[in-house]
Design a protein. Structure first.
Length: 269
């Protein structure tokens, strides 16, 4: 098998322009890209495949079965076809602002790493959750079951305050490599040892949203640590990062996925 330090798994749905922009910012040494297309139509599939091949990337076309299914398929392809140190799972709608490849290559291969991620409105998306709270998770679960925005907002607001204080502290002291609980799914690294330990990373019944919760819990229960490395990697994510609970369709998708996640780990079915 050919050896790479980094294997990128880039899941794309419909928008070939995002993929084109991603390749323009990619400058990681000894890296291979695997483009996974969640099929929308033939036209978008052909455009995405053309961009992938132009950039010497492998291309996989799949039925659209969600974020978890697409990324797990890409990761399985990487494990079957390449030797590597780290897999990088990322959306196409990102820009890599900083990537300290030499330093990251020295890190443990039995862990997950989360970068600094800023949205287009300059919001921090990492860390997602610093420490796990069973009380807050239960409150949010009840909010999803009862479709109560008040119950869902409460843990989000508390977590948001904690995250802001945490990031202020980190930025002022320029701290790095800090253990956290969970991270945003638009860009993260997982060492090969950790990947082999917890693959598949996702529960494919969760078609949309809340995948971060599932992966964080699975990693924690399998003794795979997650570290926040804001000084080594910085990402620009071209979404605003806000949650609109007033959007009933979006809210239902998010609630349904969270209920599946929560009941999977708490045997409440």
């Amino acid at each position: 098998m050919k050896k790479f330090t980094y294997i990128y798994i880039v899941l794309v749905y419909k928008n070939h322009k995002d993929l084109q922009s991603f390749f323009k910012t990619l400058d990681t040494p000894n890296a291979k890209v695997i483009v996974v297309n969640s099929f929308y139509d033939e036209n978008s599939k052909n455009l995405i495949e053309e961009i992938a091949l132009q950039n010497n990337a492998d291309f996989i076309n799949l039925p659209n079965k969600g974020y978890g299914f697409g990324n797990d398929t890409g990761l399985k392809y990487a494990l079957n076809n390449y030797d590597f140190d780290f897999a990088i799972v990322n959306n196409a709608d990102i820009e890599i602002k900083k990537f300290n490849a030499a330093k990251i290559a020295t890190y443990s291969k039995d862990a997950i790493y989360a970068p600094k991620i800023k949205t287009k409105s300059n919001k921090d998306q990492n860390p997602f959750i610093i420490n796990y709270s069973s009380v807050f998770r239960y409150i949010y679960y009840q909010g999803c079951k009862k479709q109560s925005n008040a119950l869902k907002y409460f843990p989000i607001l508390i977590n948001g305050v904690i995250r802001r204080v945490f990031n202020l502290f980190i930025n002022s002291l320029r701290l790095n490599h800090l253990k956290i609980y969970s991270f945003h799914g638009s860009f993260f690294l997982i060492g090969k040892e950790a990947l082999e330990k917890i693959y598949p990373l996702y529960l494919h019944e969760m078609f949309l949203y809340q995948e971060e919760h599932y992966l964080a819990r699975k990693a924690y229960l399998n003794n795979v640590n997650t570290y926040f490395i804001p000084q080594d990697i910085e990402i620009k994510h071209f979404e605003d990062g806000s949650i609109d609970f007033n959007n009933q369709v979006l809210g239902k998708h998010m609630s349904d996925s969270y209920i599946i996640y929560y009941e999977f780990f708490n045997n409440l079915k």
